[in-house]
Design a binder for this molecule. Structure first.
Ligand SMILES: Nc1ncnc2c1ncn2[C@@H]1O[C@H](COP(=O)(O)OP(=O)(O)OP(=O)(O)O)[C@@H](O)[C@H]1O
Length: 336
């Protein structure tokens, strides 16, 4: 392949559409190319169509129209087991009464592979995820992280090209969730597979993804690296959904300004006059809520100050301030 060729796509969606029987369009003609060996997160609010998209890729949901290609092979009409994808579910969904080894070997058993062969393959995979020594344990005798590795090995036993993960971390407590997501990222790199991970958490997607796909109402709002999406939100929806931004109505139209890029000055000086309405201490930073003089009552602005800056110039509810920002920090939509 010459240097100008794009990275090969593991998955390509072409005008993919899902209309459920009741007539509502869950996925509305989306086009998407997911690079091989990348970590892709499908992100969006509840009902935006991300799970339906994942289930169509998996073959657990029929398509209404459009195509799904896996490494240039059209898999749209294939049954789930023949696609080259595997799925990892919420909380890993391991069988509690089976050992780690039997959990991993389960799908081979269903295919009629004999015991010696399936146990051999399962043991190999458990060793690849550093779980070989615990293969006789049942899920209840394993830590959350160890269970996740068993679930990973179980998904990998069918030798998929693409691993699909449907909110795998959402049922875990916050501490374990952060630990587990680092593990997922580690194993994706280690195995060199393509991961497509559905989440409604901006933070999770930013921490994991090479490519984030932000969806809304069955359509893709933006595709990009976490840095691109956070620094250049393509639409007002993306700016608001990602958080950490203020959408401000200026003379040049609506712009997004990150809450750590807004500066506060005495109200007599330049800037938009506002009143501090609340002050939240967050540890390394302080979050201020402000009410703009000229905005509608509901339109609040948030400003993030480093703890050091706040200690130097503290603010209190009721303080009057002027807001300013550097022109290059104001990002207008459609100019990405
Ligand atoms: N089996 C179904 N029959 C009818 N409508 C459905 C079905 N499954 C999903 N929908 C609808 O399709 C739309 C997209 O649903 P989907 O589950 O893909 O969204 P989501 O972004 O994954 O949401 P969540 O984060 O809540 O799981 C929603 O409006 C939903 O109500």
């Amino acid at each position: 392949m010459d240097a100008s060729s794009p990275t090969p796509a593991a998955i390509e969606l072409i005008a993919l559409t899902k209309r459920y029987a009741q007539g509502s369009v869950a996925v509305d003609g989306i086009d998407l190319r997911i690079a091989a060996s990348s970590y892709c997160c499908l992100l969006g609010p509840s009902g935006c169509g991300k799970s339906t998209t994942l289930r169509m890729i998996a073959g657990h949901e029929s398509t209404t129209s459009g195509d799904i290609l896996l490494e240039n092979r059209n898999i749209t009409g294939l049954p789930a087991a023949a696609r080259g994808t595997a799925m990892m579910f919420q909380s890993f969904a391991l069988f509690p009464h089976l050992s780690a080894l039997d959990n991993v070997a389960f799908s081979l058993k269903m295919k009629g592979v004999d015991k010696v062969e399936r146990h051999g393959q399962a043991q190999n995979l458990l060793e690849r995820v550093a779980m070989g020594h615990l293969s006789a344990r049942k899920p209840g005798e394993l830590s959350g992280g160890q269970q996740q590795r068993v679930a990973l090995a179980r998904a990998l036993i069918t030798q998929p090209r693409v691993l699909l993960l449907d909110e795998p971390l959402s049922a875990l407590d916050p501490f374990l969730r952060i630990q587990m997501r680092a593990e997922l990222r580690h194993w994706q790199r280690e195995l060199g597979l393509t991961f497509i991970h559905v989440t409604h958490s901006q933070e999770e997607a930013m921490a994991l993804a090479d490519t984030m796909v932000v969806m809304n109402h069955g359509r893709i709002e933006q595709v990009g690296s976490p840095h691109e999406v956070y620094n250049r939100p393509a639409s007002e929806f993306v700016a608001r959904f990602m958080g950490g931004h203020n959408v401000l109505d200026t003379t040049v139209g609506k712009v997004a300004v990150r809450n750590d890029h807004i500066r506060l000055a005495p109200v007599e000086g330049a800037g938009w006059p506002a009143t501090v309405s609340d002050v939240e201490y967050q540890g390394s930073y302080v979050l201020l809520g402000l009410q703009l003089d000229q905005a509608e009552a509901s339109d609040k602005v948030s400003v993030m100050l480093s703890e050091a800056d706040f200690v130097q110039t503290p603010y209190h509810p009721g303080d009057r301030v002027g807001l300013t920002w550097a022109p290059e920090q104001a990002h207008s939509f459609g100019a990405a």
